[in-house]
Design a protein around this ligand. Structure first.
Ligand code: AP5
Length: 214
């Protein structure tokens, strides 16, 4: 299964990608997670990427493409992958098409997930992430058992630096301008399946599975 999830910040791409990765037995590749790992490790790529991420802008295409391609070439992607947050610009989508073609691979579907913007802002503002294990919680929808403490490993929960309301709204604008045009790109390839992301997590997952099976 080679699947791409496309949708605005906070719509639930990461949440659904993790669940789908288990359902289909393929890795979840999130360029946002890969970049945050580079930032945590203090690499040169992480240092450069953070400047863009903290202001809600996109990281330059050349940095993203090299990072994604090296992840795509790891052994565990043989049975497929769930791409989350990549591609995000038309040049990235065109480069991705070529990357797949060079390897004789094709996407099975591009699932677009949408929800009203105020809901997206609420979800992003409520997100808390464990500093140690990366588990994700939400103070509105999926609160930890003890406030500020990770249920999985007991680590402290932080807000992501780019989840401040002003930055969240900026990321929404960047999505509309730079990433939403990808829907038309993939519609031309007959790959787009649209899903309503404003429902509860389990209902969105069921809708995605139905959309893929169509
Ligand atoms: P990235 O990490 O990809 O962030 P994003 O796309 O902005 O998406 P989010 O992680 O904010 O949201 P999501 O849709 O995954 O929702 P989630 O499941 O977490 O990118 C971060 C930055 O990195 C970018 O701004 C950019 O700078 C850079 N970057 C990354 N990729 C790049 C690329 N390809 N090119 C250039 N730059 C790139 O859910 C959000 C919250 O809502 C959670 O708390 C969750 O628990 C909750 N939730 C989820 N689903 C539901 C539901 N159905 N009901 C209620 N709550 C829900």
């Amino acid at each position: 299964m080679r699947l791409m999830l496309l949708g605005p910040p906070g719509v639930g791409k990461g949440t659904q990608a993790k669940l789908l990765a288990e359902v289909y037995g393929v890795p979840h590749i999130s360029t946002g997670d890969l970049l945050r790992q580079e930032v945590r490790e203090g690499t040169e790529l992480g240092r450069r990427a953070k400047e863009y991420m903290d202001r809600g802008a996109l990281v330059p295409d050349d940095l993203i493409l090299a990072m994604f391609e090296s992840r795509l070439d790891r052994e565990d992607t043989r049975p497929g992958f769930i791409a989350d947050g990549f591609p995000r610009t038309i040049p990235q989508a065109e480069a991705f098409d070529q990357m797949l073609a060079r390897r004789g691979l094709k996407l099975d579907a591009v699932v677009t997930v949408e929800a009203p913007v105020e809901e997206l802002v609420r979800r992003s503002a409520g997100r808390r992430v464990c500093r140690h294990c990366g588990a994700s919680f939400n103070v509105h929808y999926q609160p930890p058992k003890v406030e500020g403490v990770c249920d999985v490993c007991g680590g402290p929960l932080d807000r992501r630096d780019d989840d401040r309301e002003e930055t969240v709204r900026r990321r929404q604008e960047v999505y509309r301008a730079e990433t939403a045009p990808l829907i038309a790109h993939y519609e031309k390839q007959g790959l787009v399946r649209r899903v309503d992301g404003s429902q509860p997590v389990e209902a969105v997952l069921a809708a995605i599975k139905r959309a893929i099976a169509r």
